[in-house]
Design a binder for this molecule. Structure first.
Ligand SMILES: Nc1c(NC[C@H](O)[C@H](O)[C@H](O)CO)[nH]c(=O)[nH]c1=O
Ligand SMILES: CC(=O)[C@@H](O)COP(=O)(O)O
Length: 168
């Protein structure tokens, strides 16, 4: 289902696990920071709204979305107590095929991090045709992808906690 006609910021609070004991890392790309700062604020606010303590959120910045791969890997390695990491970026189509390679690279890289580490990494990377689409998805008419990513992070942190419980 496309984002059009949906709101990325809407969720049923009653279905979200209480996140008061969860700790999150957030890695933010500085490319298109007008957009990535909006995504970060959406994610941060949603975490706090669902019980996460400010002191349990650590943020690192990286130059661009491609560097999210290394930044998230080092976040996982450095803070082993984290329950989830959120990768925030915004890639906008330019004149060349570079967009395709950055998007594919960061997608595959973050996928690999989820396979290689026990700490889930949430994919909060907008891959848009133009800045208008990015603005609409980072607090505009389609809501905020950062909010959606935070909720996904809480749910995956809870899934990881449940899995550890059942495994013993
Ligand atoms: N064009 C965009 C980039 N490009 C930069 C790369 O992400 C990377 O930092 C560079 O290739 C050096 O390794 N990054 C974005 O996040 N968004 C863009 O639109
Ligand atoms: C995603 C990119 O790297 C892209 O915005 C760069 O622009 P261009 O393809 O015009 O060099």
């Amino acid at each position: 289902m496309a984002t059009e006609g949906n709101n990325l910021s809407q969720y049923d609070k009653d279905t979200i696990p209480n996140a008061k004991d969860f700790r999150f890392g957030i890695v933010v790309s500085e490319w298109n920071d007008e957009i990535t700062e909006g995504l970060f604020q959406g994610a941060f606010d949603a975490l706090i709204e669902n019980g996460v303590l400010k002191e349990n959120i650590v943020r690192w910045n990286v130059p661009g979305s491609f560097e999210l791969i290394y930044g998230c890997k080092k976040m996982q390695e450095t803070f082993e107590m984290l329950d989830a990491v959120i990768a925030i970026g915004n890639v906008i189509q330019g004149e060349t095929k570079h967009f395709d390679f950055v998007c594919e690279g960061v997608t595959q890289g973050i996928k690999d991090l989820n396979l290689q580490s026990d700490i889930p990494v949430i994919f909060c990377v907008l891959t848009d045709n133009n800045i208008e689409q990015s603005r609409a998805r980072s607090g505009g008419k389609h809501g905020n992808k950062g909010t959606e990513a935070a909720i996904a992070g809480i749910k995956m942190a809870q899934l990881r906690k449940d899995a550890r419980f059942y495994k013993g």
